[in-house]
Design a protein around this ligand. Structure first.
Ligand code: SF4
Length: 236
């Protein structure tokens, strides 16, 4: 059974101490995790990934959240050699050409960056909620090392918490974004569109996931493996 977010977060920090981190991209849910920790008097490690393609507003959020809560934020970056190899082979905007190349970019810039950090912790918290998309509907609150304290929160719960506690809000929400990732791969949603419709909107058969939370399967996994080996073969 899901437990209240405060209870889960406190348990995680008290159990794992410095071997625990909040991993956030400063969307509302992630910033709420930081706010809850701060209200509880906890000081977990906070980690974010600068993919090199973030909107300026996300970089501003890192500073704003740091100033508001007085907690240091570690900024993880992708391996330069991997990014260089990938972009010289496929171009800087390779994600436009195919779902496989988009997933390759996400692997190099996000997934592998987080993977290099994870040996430093035994558990980490993310802002996943079940209502965000179909693949997320079956997310467990505690899934191995990954903890999703807000897993059972609704969008309304998020809005209510943000208003009640005056949580800093990423500026792009005010422009109609409902989910915010890299600049070239996120846009505002139109009326009636799904919550994650603003991600990789040009894809017709993509799953709107970057691979941080759900690994690709089947044919896509094999295609991605081949591309990835091509890019990181000499750096793995
Ligand atoms: Fe690359 Fe776009 Fe994924 Fe960012 S969101 S890592 S730019 S494909």
């Amino acid at each position: 059974m899901d437990r209240p977010a405060e209870q889960v977060l406190r348990w995680a920090v008290e159990t794992y101490a410095q071997r625990f981190a909040i991993v956030t991209s400063f969307q509302k849910e992630g910033t709420i995790l930081v706010d809850i920790a701060s209200r509880l008097g906890l000081a977990p490690r906070i980690v974010t990934i600068d993919t090199g393609r973030l909107p300026a507003e996300t970089l501003q959020m890192i500073v704003a959240v740091q100033e508001r809560y007085g907690l240091p934020i570690a900024v993880l970056k992708p391996a330069e050699s991997e990014v260089e190899t990938m972009t010289s082979r496929f171009g800087a905007d390779l994600f436009r050409d195919s779902v496989a190349q988009r997933k390759l970019c996400c692997q190099v810039r996000k997934v592998r960056t987080l993977d290099r950090f994870l040996p430093e912790v035994d558990a980490y918290a993310v802002g996943l909620r079940r209502g965000q998309s179909e693949p997320r509907d079956s997310v467990a609150q505690i899934d191995g090392a990954k903890i999703s304290p807000l897993v059972d929160w609704t969008a309304g719960d998020v809005e209510a918490y943000v208003a009640k506690h005056n949580v800093p809000v990423h500026p792009l929400y005010a422009q109609g974004y409902t989910t915010i990732g890299c600049a070239p791969c996120s846009r505002a949603v139109n009326a009636g569109e799904e919550l994650r419709a603003g991600r990789w909107w040009w894809e017709v058969d993509g799953d709107k996931e970057c691979g941080l939370h759900f690994s690709p399967e089947g044919k896509m996994e094999r295609t991605l493996d081949v591309l990835l080996r091509d890019v990181i073969g000499t750096h793995a």
